[in-house]
Write a protein that binds this ligand. Structure first.
Ligand SMILES: [Fe+2]
Length: 506
């Protein structure tokens, strides 16, 4: 570690209790929880099949040939990977938050009009230890175990359940409380944790790395104990660590995402702060405290020199994901973020859905933040409900015109997404496709068309759960005509658990 280097063992201790995600089982059926959550979910699923997306699937899924509709372009060949919490019931207990289930990799192999699928649970060391013990051993992000195994480092409870990255020849399942997990590309089997360097072994590597148009990768890692600290990563296009840094960021909570400009990394430290004193007797989530009167602090770090930093201040706000960021000639940074008024979505909505209860929360809205060079900060606009914002890879860190999000139709906002939205930020317009009642879309990625010249010369690819039919599918849009709906789809013979993020490997 370079700037401000913290010894590795301290890093491990710092990270050990950050426990940002959970545990899980391989039971294909609903498990009795013994504490009412499993029974409550089973009863709710009987009344409301929309909850299918939070049911534990079998730990191995295979479909050699999907049912194809429309015309898949001959120029689109590759593999679309996704990850998400999937194993929500384990050893007769149901986890108490959507974020706690262990990860399952979904792979769609696309070869012209032929599409195959397979799903594989990420066999982490945690799962192996729990299987050997015949019981759950570790607390999750929001599932607190009173009696739990000693934690040797954050990877003791690594659930590998947030995203997938393909970089420098490695296929990696990403978590955020600890290491990335290497996957065998042929079998999707877990092959141990990725070590960027000996010093960084077991140090958190977050699930939202940013890749510059030249292939350079930047990432953060969030450690909460014994004192909050941010790790910064600079990795070249071949997957080699160029440098790492450490920022002692003061009071801090879980930081899920960040953005880059041409010259800087930008990280929001929201006033949803981790209290170490609470962590002994509560889950990581319940050790966080929301202070709506406190500022959101914004850290800007120079890519060329991690020691060059400045801070900005914003009103209190909460969000998971950004759209993109860029800087103007005078140094002003503009960035897009899906922001809510408070963290109710994580403390309420996404917790109680695990027992089949719907508790609405402050919606995430597509928002624009401005950071002038003098250290001020402003949230200058709050648009309609939006999440999982994506831009074309060619404009990461550059001024973008188009952004693609999920949304909900009309007001008041619904509690889950139903639309795919393309926003034209220059014209202030948007076009949207509504999947309609009965379908829940997930993150849709932008995949550039070979030889494309315009920013929106590409496809959007994403999954959708049709809970009325009990199956999941894959959709492909022409990014220049989103409102026209998918140009092609492919349907599985089974449903997939709702997940988070993925990547397309051409
Ligand atoms: Fe995320």
């Amino acid at each position: 570690m370079t700037a401000g280097g913290m010894p590795r063992r301290r890093f491990l201790a710092a990270s050990a209790a950050s426990g940002l995600a959970g545990l899980a089982p391989f039971a294909p059926a609903l498990a009795a929880s013994g504490d009412g959550w499993g029974e409550a979910f089973a009863a709710a699923l009987g009344r409301n099949p929309m909850l299918l997306g939070w049911k534990t699937p079998p730990d191995r899924l295979d479909a050699k040939s999907l049912t194809v509709a429309g015309k898949w372009p001959a120029g689109l060949r590759g593999r679309f990977f996704r990850n998400g919490p999937s194993i929500h019931d384990r050893f007769g207990r149901r986890y108490r938050h959507w974020f706690d289930g262990d990860g399952m990799i979904q792979e769609f192999a696309i070869d012209g009009g032929r599409i195959a699928h397979r799903g594989r649970v990420v066999r982490t060391p945690k799962l192996a230890r729990e299987d050997a013990a015949g019981k759950r051993l570790y607390s999750g992000f929001a599932t607190h175990l009173e009696s739990r195994a000693p934690v040797r480092g954050p990877d003791s409870m690594n659930a590998a359940n947030i995203s997938v990255l393909h970089h420098g020849g490695d296929l990696l399942a990403l978590w955020e409380g600890g290491s990335a997990t290497r996957l065998d590309e042929a079998t999707l089997a877990a092959r141990g944790f990725k070590r960027w360097s000996a010093q960084l072994s077991g140090v958190p590597f977050s699930a939202h790395p940013k890749v510059d148009p030249d292939g350079t990768l930047w990432n953060i890692g969030c450690a909460l104990l014994p004192r909050p600290a941010l790790v910064l990563y600079h990795i070249d296009r071949a997957g080699k660590l160029v440098k790492a840094g450490l920022v002692k960021a003061g009071p801090m909570g879980l930081i899920h995402d960040f953005v880059v400009t041409r010259t800087s990394l930008v990280v929001l430290v929201q006033p949803f702060l981790f209290d170490p004193a609470r962590a002994e007797s509560a889950s990581a989530l319940d050790a966080h405290v929301w202070n709506p009167r406190a500022e959101t602090r914004v850290l800007v770090v120079d890519k060329a020199d991690f020691g060059k930093r400045r801070w900005h201040a914003l009103p209190a706000c909460f969000g998971f994901h950004y759209g993109n960021a860029w800087e103007e000639a005078d140094g002003t940074i503009r960035l897009d973020h899906c922001l809510a008024d408070d963290p109710g979505i994580v403390t309420e909505t996404l917790r109680y859905v695990m027992k089949g209860e719907f508790r609405p929360s402050s919606p995430l809205r597509y928002s624009r933040i401005v950071l002038p060079p003098n250290g001020d900060g402003r949230i200058v606009s709050r648009g309609e409900e939006a999440e999982f914002a994506k831009v074309a890879p060619a404009v990461v860190g550059r001024r973008h015109r188009f952004v693609y999000t999920l949304g909900v139709p009309g007001e008041p906002p619904g509690w889950h997404f139903r639309t795919v939205v393309k926003r034209d930020l220059e014209r202030g317009t948007a076009e949207r496709f509504d999947y309609g009642p009965g379908r829940i879309p997930e993150e849709h990625l932008f995949v550039p068309k070979p030889g494309g010249r315009r920013e929106d010369d590409g496809w959007l690819i994403g999954t959708v759960l049709d809970w009325k039919k009990g199956v999941s599918g894959l959709s492909l849009f022409d990014a220049r005509a989103v409102a026209a709906g998918p140009v092609a789809q492919a349907w599985l013979p089974y449903p997939l658990p709702l997940g988070f993020h993925g990547t397309f490997v051409g």
